[in-house]
Design a protein around this ligand. Structure first.
Ligand SMILES: Cc1cc2nc3c(=O)[nH]c(=O)nc-3n(C[C@H](O)[C@H](O)[C@H](O)COP(=O)(O)OP(=O)(O)OC[C@H]3O[C@@H](n4cnc5c(N)ncnc54)[C@H](O)[C@@H]3O)c2cc1C
Ligand code: SF4
Length: 480
């Protein structure tokens, strides 16, 4: 019976939920895709061919049981679909919205490979859990019994929160420390609302709070409290602090007024969406309104900056990238969305400096034209400068989106024994995520370097399991 409702990819074409027209969506920070209607979600889920070896699942960092929850959606068993989906993923509705599915599950779907257009896995995943919230199927965290051990989580991003959720469900006392005034990490202050509306993140934080997770916000570890003090107070510590040091450009006038960092720009914009007072936005420094904006970089952060600048009312938005469209690291889907919204991409172009007016304010970006040469050590074709082709791109606001590096935690926290790699990321064991410090684990971007929400969730869940084994080890229990 169920089979008849599946394998319908030949009869039913791929259909994403309706996308708001560019002129309307550019006016606000709301998400751009509507929700599927029930029938449409079932139809789209029914396109799945129920592969014996599902490549979608093997390419999902969480190994989500995608074919089974698609089948349940197609056959109207939505509550079971939700149960199955949340069994492997702490935040399925968030992954459904912001995972780069074109590089993960959907990019590897056999229907896509066969030229029929992928099963719209992400949109169905979002539909299932949004419906679960609406219908009250998402239950508060209620541990079967309380345990005495306590765990500190430093960093309230997806890695830290995924671990906090699992540990609390097991009855552990969990305290999450974060330097910001709201939890969520980059899901709250980095990723813009048009990709991930903030109430979607906030209701998850409330769920954790209601389930007994304690949040200590506005608390920078290393400044407001020492790392050693945290270690002394808790039985185990998980570091999930992400990567926040912006890669800078060494070029003439790189510190001019009007040259800003991507994360400062995006954080200010997200704070305004919460209704906060943001002096650097209100005085115009981080507001693109009425400005000719140039964003430098070709990754997802750059895509978020250009689309934010459009929504703030920039007069023009250009994105400079030193390679071409085919070699851009950012998601194709986001690049297309940006182009629809009026962003102009200037390929094979790299900044060589900034031009200022008499008052020292930015008036333009000096641009070097590039060509792609031979592949470098990574296999990518290296950009080379075309001599004599420089020009000035007029601009009042240049946003630097060149990537992020880890902060030097061993120095900042006064723990030289915390081993880091040559890239400055924390060294942690594959699978268990234990660091070289006994009783200390580390997950997410601070271990991987700038990565994805879904990988942080996976790390956090695996580390929680490892911490639970450590806390329950017979030798440790006997010693107490
Ligand atoms: C602009 C932007 C857009 C992105 N878009 C996407 C996307 O569409 N899809 C996707 O999958 N990924 C995206 N990412 C990547 C994704 O957000 C990260 O990979 C993910 O958030 C990493 O999770 P994390 O838990 O390791 O760290 P984070 O989310 O960075 O959270 C770390 C937390 O630690 C806190 N912290 C740091 N230092 C301290 C300290 N000393 N004391 C106390 N607290 C501290 C921070 O305040 C923060 O809240 C994007 C990233 C950026 C920057
Ligand atoms: S690869 Fe595509 S068709 Fe196969 S199980 Fe996954 S979603 Fe279904």
């Amino acid at each position: 019976m169920a089979k008849q409702q599946m394998l319908r990819f030949v009869k039913v074409g791929k259909e994403m939920p309706e996308k708001r027209p560019p002129n309307l969506r550019s006016e606000d920070f709301n998400e751009i895709y509507a929700e599927y209607a029930e029938e449409k979600a079932a139809d789209q889920a029914g396109r799945c061919s129920q592969c014996g070896v599902p490549y979608c699942q093997s390419h999902c960092p969480l190994h989500n049981n995608i074919p089974d929850w698609l089948m349940m959606t197609a056959t109207g068993r939505l509550e079971e679909a939700y149960e199955l989906s949340q069994a492997t993923n702490t935040f399925p509705e968030i992954c459904g919205r912001i995972c780069p599915q074109d590089r993960l599950c959907e990019g590897n779907c056999v229907i896509e490979q066969a030229g029929h257009g992928t099963v719209t896995i992400g949109s169905v995943e979002k539909y299932i859990t949004d419906t679960a919230w609406e219908k009250g199927w998402v239950k508060p965290i209620a541990p079967a019994s309380e345990r005495g051990e306590s765990v500190a989580v430093i960093g309230a991003g997806p890695g830290g929160l995924a671990a906090a959720d699992m540990l609390r469900r097991a009855g552990i006392q969990v305290t999450v420390y974060d330097r910001y005034d709201r939890a969520g990490g980059l899901m709250t202050y980095g990723i813009p609302g048009f990709k991930l509306e903030k109430p979607v993140v906030m209701r998850r934080i409330e769920q954790l709070e209601q389930g007994g997770v304690e949040f200590v916000l506005n608390c920078t570890v290393g400044e407001d409290i020492t790392f050693d003090a945290i270690r002394g107070k808790h039985d185990a510590v998980l570091i999930a602090t992400g990567v926040y040091k912006s890669r800078d450009l060494t070029a003439p006038n790189a510190n001019a007024a009007g040259v800003v960092k991507a994360l400062d720009f995006l954080t200010a914009s997200n704070r305004k969406s919460f209704g906060d007072d943001v002096p650097e936005f209100d005085n115009g420094d981080l507001d693109a309104r009425g400005k000719r904006v140039v964003v430098i970089g070709g990754g997802d952060t750059a895509m978020d900056c250009v689309r934010t600048a459009v929504r703030q009312g920039a007069t023009s938005v250009r994105c400079l990238y030193r390679r071409d469209r085919e070699n851009m690291p950012g998601s194709r889907r986001e690049t297309q969305n940006a182009e629809e919204e009026g962003v102009e991409f200037v390929w094979l172009s790299a900044p060589s400096g900034f031009v200022t007016d008499d008052a020292g304010n930015l008036s333009g970006v000096r641009v070097q034209k590039m060509r792609l040469g031979q592949p470098d050590a990574t296999g990518r074709r290296a950009p080379e400068v075309i001599e004599g082709a420089d020009y000035t791109e007029e601009s009042d606001l240049a946003i630097m989106a060149l990537g992020f590096e880890p902060e030097d935690l061993p120095s900042l926290w006064g723990v030289p024994e915390l081993t880091v790699t040559r890239w400055g990321t924390i060294k942690a064991k594959f699978n268990t995520h234990e660091t070289d410090l006994p009783g200390v684990w580390a997950v997410g971007d601070i271990v991987r370097g700038a990565s994805l929400v879904v990988w942080a969730i996976r790390d956090g869940r695996e580390a929680a399991e490892s911490i639970l084994s450590y806390l329950s080890a017979p030798a440790r229990v006997a010693a107490e």
